[in-house]
Design a protein around this ligand. Structure first.
Ligand code: AMP
Length: 211
């Protein structure tokens, strides 16, 4: 059983890496951003999108309830990869409580480190598909412009990948989420990986470490 948290600023590639790692070790990939986006046109989705479009964090109470519910599902019994949660110290404290209630624990926290100037460039070049695929116009473009390689769907830019929202997300990351690096370092769970290589290089490095 392996429960792994992927930490990193927006644009660090943690979503892509979380998905690849989850496939490689056959555990569910839990992305709280994906869960919130999938809630579109529900009361939760409407509430969340107000925060998300501004690049703000959705309130802790909402996220804690989502994660508590998701971790109690049977497929998490074999472990999971958490992507985008926790993002605040209270969320991390709540996670410890939720996991110990399920007789589980965090095994490893992988922090993906990417210099600030690269993050803004990466996020503004990101294009996504409804099927979950993510592309970078610069270093991981689709074969045909605007079309998903996997399902043929139309690619689009996330509402929170606009320059203004991106800048705010980076500020919020520094204020709220970055302190989690020390939090998990103090618990002896943290390892930091350089996130500036290729998707495959980073994925192989993470996989080797997890093994
Ligand atoms: P992501 O897909 O991980 O980049 O998340 C997109 C947006 O969803 C974030 O900018 C937040 O507005 C919201 N969100 C996702 N996860 C959390 C979380 N753990 N706490 C608060 N807000 C979150």
């Amino acid at each position: 059983m392996t429960n792994i948290i992927l930490l990193g600023p927006p644009g660090s590639g943690k979503g892509t890496q979380a998905k690849l790692l989850a496939e490689r070790i056959s555990v569910p990939h839990i992305s709280t951003g994906d869960i919130l986006r999938a809630a579109k046109e529900t009361e939760l989705g409407d509430r969340a999108s107000e925060y998300m479009n501004r690049g703000e964090l959705v309130p802790d109470s909402i996220l804690i309830a989502i994660v508590e519910d998701r971790l109690a599902k049977p497929d998490c019994a074999s472990g999971c990869i958490l992507d985008g949660y926790p993002r605040t110290i209270p969320q991390a404290d709540a996670l410890n409580r939720i996991l110990s209630g399920l007789d589980l624990r965090i095994d490893l926290v992988i922090n993906i480190d990417v210099p600030d100037d690269r993050l803004i460039t990466r996020l503004s070049a990101r294009r996504v598909c409804e099927c979950g695929a993510t592309y970078q116009l610069t270093f991981n473009p689709p074969k045909k412009e605007g079309v998903c390689d996997l399902c043929g769907g139309a690619l689009y830019q996330r509402d929170d990948d606009t320059e203004e929202s991106v800048r705010n997300r980076l500020l919020v990351y520094k204020r709220e989420t970055k302190p989690l690096i020390n939090y998990y370092e103090n618990l002896g769970l943290l390892t930091t990986i350089d996130g500036s290589g290729s998707i495959k290089e980073i994925s192989d490095e993470i996989y080797a470490y997890v093994q």
